[in-house]
Design a protein around this ligand. Structure first.
Ligand SMILES: [Zn+2]
Length: 453
């Protein structure tokens, strides 16, 4: 890792930039001082506002804002990686090893991982995510032990992925046997969603409305089959309503795992009741991919819900869902409809349990191909490459409560960027999967690749 640069020097970076800033989508240069972007624009335009003693770096490639995976179990991924890959693994080896072990346990040690092991796991895995252009993550289900792991990594200055941690208090566990116990825990310390800093911040809480689709647990409006079975509801309506109402009144966001249309409808109803809190604390529908009705999506979109969707899940589950549901599977993961309904799309992976390479996932979102099939799902639910990139930058930054700090190359925002071998949108969807990230920078500090790249 490169030592932190002198913070009193302004650096001018010269390279084509895809800013993701709607006010200025493209630029030729940008300048950074003390970890913050201070100017963006044409080369002469940027140079004109810099002090005379600035440094200059010409970059070979195209600069994009650092990507944010809006749904990645990073610490569990690190623990899992520490069992399956060597310390010097490269990103391709890492992707392969995780793909071979999607269904394996995170951790097979006799005792739970120690704090040191958790920090070491993060040390191992963060550079691998940086090598994919990531500078941030929303970890969507952080247990108390994982929260301690993140806090300790941050305390030691080792958290290089900006992390939004979504507390997960499992209803029915010994510590939180019911919803009232969850509410008591949340009320217990006075902090709530948004607490933290640019490196580690509390996100919305995580709660489950239903189960997993391939296990037939997604709660649907229309039965799964002739038996009339509609899926599994994980929390009664009244408990869920009480939890959301508590969160809305007490500064907590809510991220709800809701796969099937009936579960998503429950979530949309309660979020609509929560009103302004949904936007303030970035309430999420998580997964949201099996038969949400258009009314449900409109209702959720009308209050500014984040649709936290994962192209990876449908990539892996597409063929299995066709076997279970036939034609009904074709519209699965309706990203187009979610965007058109007004939801904020935040893209993620659900790694390490599903594929997490953003080049592959953006390609899936655009093409709708699924694993082990020559036939894509219904292309009417495809999104554009621009929209996919926005899902990983501006959309995921919004889900991270950080749209004023991250997700764009714009003056005043944090200097989180990655140097790609080519512009993903210009390269086109077929070339996308072959692009490489050459360098990744978080807060002005190079965390992957070399400063000369
Ligand atoms: Zn997950």
């Amino acid at each position: 890792m490169t030592p932190s640069p002198r913070t009193d020097i302004t650096t001018l970076y010269i390279a084509p930039v895809r800013t993701m800033d709607p006010d200025r989508p493209r630029a030729e240069a940008f300048a950074v001082r003390a970890g913050t972007i201070v100017a963006v624009g044409g080369i002469d335009e940027v140079r004109a506002v810099l002090p005379a003693d600035h440094a200059v770096e010409e970059l070979d490639g195209v600069v994009l804002p650092g990507l944010i995976d809006a749904h990645l179990h990073m610490q569990r991924g690190g623990l899992k990686a520490s069992e399956h890959v060597a310390a010097d693994v490269d990103v391709d080896g890492f992707i392969d090893a995780m793909a071979r072990t999607f269904d394996d346990e995170d951790w097979t040690g006799d005792a739970p991982p120690t704090l040191d092991q958790r920090v070491a796991a993060l040390d191992l895995v963060q550079p691998l995510f940086h090598a994919l252009g990531f500078t941030g993550v929303v970890d969507p289900a952080v247990t108390i032990d994982e929260m301690r792991g993140y806090q300790e990594a941050h305390r030691r200055g080792r958290l290089t992925m900006r992390t939004v941690a979504m507390p997960y208090l499992e209803i029915g566990s010994p510590d939180t046997p019911d919803v009232d116990a969850v509410i008591a825990h949340l009320a217990g310390t006075g902090v709530s969603t948004g607490f933290g800093d640019d490196v580690l911040r509390l996100g919305p809480i995580k709660v489950y409305a239903d189960g997993e689709a391939l296990k037939g647990q997604a709660l649907l409006d229309e039965p799964w089959d002739a038996s009339g079975y509609r899926g599994e509801q994980r929390i009664p309506d009244a408990d869920y309503a009480r939890l959301v109402a508590f969160c809305a009144a007490n500064g907590w966001g809510v991220g709800t795992h809701a796969v099937g249309g009936a579960a998503i409808a429950l979530v949309a109803r309660e979020y609509a009741r929560a009103g302004a809190a949904v936007g303030e604390n970035r309430y999420q529908v998580i997964h949201g991919y099996l038969e949400p009705s258009s009314e449900t999506m409109r209702l959720a979109g009308s209050v500014g819900t984040v649709a936290s969707l994962q192209p990876s899940i449908i990539w892996h589950n597409g063929v299995g869902l066709r076997e279970k549901l036939g034609e009904r599977a074709e519209r699965a993961n309706p990203m187009r409809s979610w965007i058109d309904a007004g939801a904020v799309l935040a893209l993620g992976s659900d790694g390490p349990y599903f594929a997490f390479d953003p080049r592959h996932l953006m390609w899936q979102a655009v093409t709708r191909f699924v694993a082990n099939s020559p036939d894509p799902l219904d292309p009417s639910e495809a999104i554009t490459l621009d929209e996919a990139l926005a899902g990983y930058t501006t959309g995921a930054a919004y889900a991270s409560l950080a749209e004023h700090d991250r997700g764009m190359i714009r003056p005043g925002l944090l200097a989180d960027w990655a140097l790609w071998s080519a512009d993903p949108v210009d390269a086109g969807v077929e070339a996308l999967r072959g692009l490489r990230v050459r360098r990744t920078v978080v807060g002005g500090r190079t965390v992957y690749g070399s400063a000369g790249a």
